[in-house]
Write a protein that binds this ligand. Structure first.
Ligand code: RAM
Length: 902
């Protein structure tokens, strides 16, 4: 038995943690079956060596009899700003075995107190014209360190974006720091261990700043300077010397500033770089900065500073183009073969002053020409001006583009496929899951879902990475969260983002459409003031709840509780004693199927008005659902009075919903798939009408032969059908290749998920340029069903974090196998079924300290074997019974190979 994968606050060896009792998690690896943890012991010390010395420990938990192996709160001596803590853990299992002490891990605290900040805010002391993009500021300072360095940590943030270098070397691979938050209330700072980058003697520190979200163009009406007009920097480095003394290098009035090679950098519009203007030496010691400008000290204070909790944005992959194309218009275009988010890096030669311009597009038009209309106002243009001294390499750093195709213009030299590369940029959330089955198109869909995720998780979850929008749309994020969590470790990412809900929530509890909220006036849509839309604002509750369920994270519920409650209370107030949430603007089942396409396939419903689901119905259904979550959350947190209130409210909303929206024969007033899906999934149909309502949903699917749902109906559609006893209808939707369906886009060559079911219409033309993202994860929310029903790896909602989970596959004749792997907080889970005419096989992996409830299709236990042995002879398998054509088993940890003859 071994203890591995030590994590502190979800991360291995994190630095710069916020003031809290860090939570420690570990995994147990044991070859035996049925292993659980009976006890643990954690030791913490301020150095690795001290871990061996009992008297130097700052925490020794002693042996704790408990099966808790995730989120164990540090319980030792009070932690100090900047303190590093090493820890190790051992466990005892149910076989009375004791593990070795694990390899040690560490964490380091950030700065807790305002007066820990010795640095001053500085701004470049030259004039800029804030009305358009201006050159990036470069800021530098040299310093001399006289003693031997033991440890050095840098704490930094800025208004805008920064890139830090020490002695000419970039300090970190992290991009888009300090990230995007609701800056007025919350500005993140990063902490880096820079011990290796500093030397005794002369050192130089340099920063380049970019406009970013702070003062770049943001939102769709050509807005810029949303947070301010000037970029500013705050940085301090604490150097601890071997002799026990320490020194601080801080931003102050001794710094120098200037402009350099980056003439402009903008998230939407791209970067312009004149290589003739840069000096390679600017961030190294002994550079002559006499002609540089000074800096101005600013009193921005540190009250809004928070330590970085999210996931750093990084380049995670570099891909080669697959084709060089000359379009019918005669333009030179490279095809990466994959719609990505990031940018292009090239290595090319040019004469001094020569230029190359790159434009980025997601698709070519039906004629094969470069198509950028759907980017709206975003120029997505990178320009480079050559130095003229041999091969020059360039990639931008303060912009990102959503693209598969790159158009090269202004360049007179030759470019080959080898000269350019696509750089994939996103929040670097570790891969958690893999889904695969025997259908190649479904596998491509799964890939597209993950690419959609990669493209739209860039510090905040965005709706689109290419046009002049890229905002943190709450609804999209909410419906996709369970799928995101299957594919990537998303806990830290969401934890950070949810804090901005607290920051941007209105006094009356209403929640904005987008977070960080940059469209308070409803973005000029005239629909509303930009708050309170059902299914969007509910993200305030649903996302923390998802993080709790998947990762067992009770702290996110605690930290978000007031925000969640605020939203719930807002709906309560708005709906009054009618219990219908019908007072404000709703997007409803956004972008659902509309009538005018039916003629493409001579569908029988030409003239059908579209799958318009009554928005009040949708909103009241969500009100009911969220109230149910609030009841559970309040119970978990021991807030009995709230739990009771919400419990008492639920039947009232339900009655109101039923009275208003359900007929006595189980018909919904909006006879749409989305209406049935929401009512069935949220438990709003009277028991005696559930079967009838489910049948109506099925009839509607059969009638159209396809789905008709939008953003809110689609995520739960297949699950609702499956749970209602119609998995084969769900499969019919999954395998449908005609519009509208998931595989329609796949057959049209999509490499990501589209915003519209018909981003490219059956006749090859495009959807409305006003809103046609080809990289939008919302409809990818079907991924949850792929994992949980097709492959059968399902959360048990009564026990969070997969401490107990279900393996409940729904095999279909269309597939010979399906497989889901998922790395849970406890370790690796596998559900992998295969079938032929005679047998059904199921391979399962259950991590130590968890158990699984297995459901295998079949009716006869005598036909079921595990590892070739009749299952009733296997001690570790508990037979639980038989239900609905399924054999039920319970198993503890280990690898199992079940086989059932048909
Ligand atoms: C568009 C996008 C986004 C959606 C909003 C309502 O901007 O489709 O994903 O959430 O509309």
């Amino acid at each position: 038995m071994k203890v591995t994968n030590l994590k502190t606050e979800y991360k291995s060896n994190p630095v710069g943690l916020k003031a809290c009792s860090p939570r420690l998690s570990w995994e147990i690896v044991d070859e035996k079956r049925n292993v659980s943890q009976n006890a643990y012991q954690v030791k913490c010390a301020t150095s690795k060596l001290d871990l061996q010395n009992e008297s130097k420990l700052i925490w020794n938990s002693g042996r704790i009899d408990s099966d808790q192996s995730i989120h164990v709160e540090y319980g030792g001596r009070e932690l100090q700003s900047g303190q590093r803590v090493y820890w190790t853990v051992k466990v005892w299992n149910n076989y009375k075995e004791e593990s070795e002490w694990s390899a040690s891990a560490f964490w380091e605290m950030g700065l807790f107190n305002d007066d820990d900040w010795k640095a001053q805010w500085i701004e470049p002391a030259y004039k800029e014209d804030p009305s358009d993009s201006t050159p990036s500021p470069y800021l530098r300072k040299e310093f001399h360190l006289k003693k031997n360095i033991k440890k050095a940590a840098a704490y930094l943030t800025c208004h805008g974006l920064y890139e830090l270098s020490l002695n000419g070397e970039k300090v970190s691979e992290d991009l888009f720091t300090p990230g995007w938050t609701s800056y007025e209330q919350r500005l993140q700072y990063q902490t880096y261990d820079v011990t290796e980058q500093l030397i005794s003697g002369k050192n130089a520190i340099g920063f380049v700043l970019g406009d970013g979200w702070y003062r770049g163009y943001l939102v769709w009406q050509g807005n810029k300077n949303l947070y301010g007009e000037k970029l500013a920097l705050l940085c301090q480095i604490r150097i601890d010397y071997e002799d026990g003394s320490h020194e601080m290098i801080v931003t102050d009035d001794s710094w120098k500033s200037n402009t350099g090679a980056i003439l402009k950098s903008d998230i939407y519009h791209g970067e312009t770089y004149d290589a003739r203007l840069g000096s390679e030496a600017w961030n190294k010691p002994d550079f002559d900065d006499q002609n540089w400008f000074g800096v101005t000290i600013k009193e921005y204070g540190v009250a809004n500073l928070v330590s970085s909790e999210g996931v750093p944005v990084r380049i995670t992959e570099t891909i080669k183009p697959i084709e060089k194309i000359i379009t019918p218009k005669g333009e030179l275009v490279f095809d990466l073969g994959q719609n990505i988010v990031g940018w292009v890096r090239f290595r090319l030669k040019g004469n001094a002053g020569d230029q190359i311009t790159l434009h980025h597009a997601e698709v070519l038009d039906p004629e094969g020409n470069f198509y950028t209309d759907n980017l709206r106002a975003a120029k997505a243009e990178d320009t480079y001006i050559f130095r003229g001294d041999g091969v020059e390499e360039f990639e931008p750093r303060f912009t990102f583009h959503g693209f598969r195709f790159v158009r090269v213009s202004d360049y007179s030299g030759d470019i080959s496929l080898d000269d350019i590369e696509g750089r994939v940029v996103h929040s670097d959330m570790p891969l958690a899951g893999e889904f695969e089955c025997s259908d190649p198109l479904v596998n491509r869909l799964q890939k597209n879902i993950d690419w959609g995720l990669r493209g739209n998780f860039l510090d905040v979850p965005t709706d689109c990475p290419q046009r002049d929008e890229r905002l943190g749309w709450t609804g999209d994020a909410q419906i996709f969260a369970p799928t995101a969590c299957f594919n990537r470790d998303a806990a830290s990412f969401y934890t950070k983002w949810m804090k901005d809900y607290i920051a941007d929530q209105r006094e009356d509890g209403s929640v904005p459409w987008v977070v960080p909220n940059v469209i308070e006036d409803g973005g000029g849509t005239g629909w509303s003031d930009g708050f309170g839309a059902t299914g969007w604002a509910d993200a305030a509750v649903i996302i923390p709840w998802t993080v709790y369920q998947v990762y067992g994270d009770q702290r996110i519920l605690e930290e978000q509780y007031e925000s969640m409650k605020g939203w719930e209370e807002y709906m309560i107030k708005e709906s009054g004693d009618r219990y219908l949430y019908d007072t404000v603007f709703h997007f409803g089942d956004w972008l659902s199927f509309a009538e005018y396409y039916s003629y493409y396939y001579n569908a029988p419903d030409y003239g059908y008005a579209g799958a318009n689901t009554d928005k009040d119905l949708v909103a009241t259904a969500y009100f009911y659902y969220t109230t149910g979550l609030m009841q559970q959350i309040a119970t978990i947190l021991g807030k009995a009075a709230d739990a009771d209130r919400y419990a008492a409210l639920r039947p009232k909303i339900k009655v109101a919903f039923q009275t208003e929206f359900i007929t006595q024969t189980g018909r919904l007033t909006s006879n749409t798939q989305a209406a049935y899906v929401l009512a069935l999934s949220f438990g709003l149909i009277p028991d005696n009408l559930v079967a009838k309502a489910a049948k109506r949903l099925v009839d509607d699917v059969n009638h159209f032969g396809h789905l008709t749902t939008g953003f809110l109906g689609t995520p739960m559609l297949c699950q609702a059908l499956t749970d209602s006893g119609y998995p084969e209808i769900a499969y019919k939707l999954l395998f449908n290749k005609r519009y509208p369906s998931w595989l329609y886009a796949v057959t049209k060559g999509a490499t990501t998920i589209w915003e519209r079911w018909d981003g490219i219409k059956p006749d090859g033309s495009f959807q409305d340029v006003g809103m046609n993202s080809f990289n939008h994860y919302a409809y990818g929310a079907v991924g949850e069903w792929l994992y949980s029903s097709v492959a059968g790896l399902k959360l048990d909602t009564s026990v969070p974090a997969y401490k107990q989970f279900k393996i409940k596959p729904y095999p279909t004749e269309e597939l010979t196998f399906a497989k889901a792997k998922y790395h849970s907080m406890y370790g690796e889970i596998l559900s992998h079924w295969e079938q032929d005419d005679d047998t059904f096989k199921l391979n399962v992996k259950v991590p130590a300290n968890t158990k699984a409830l297995i459901e295998i299709p079949g009716s006869d236990f005598s036909k079921l074997k595990e590892g070739g042995i009749p299952v009733d002879q296997i001690q570790e398998v508990e037979i639980m019974g038989f239900e609905d054509g399924k054999l039920l088993l319970e198993i503890g940890s280990g690898d199992y190979k079940f086989e059932c003859s048909k």
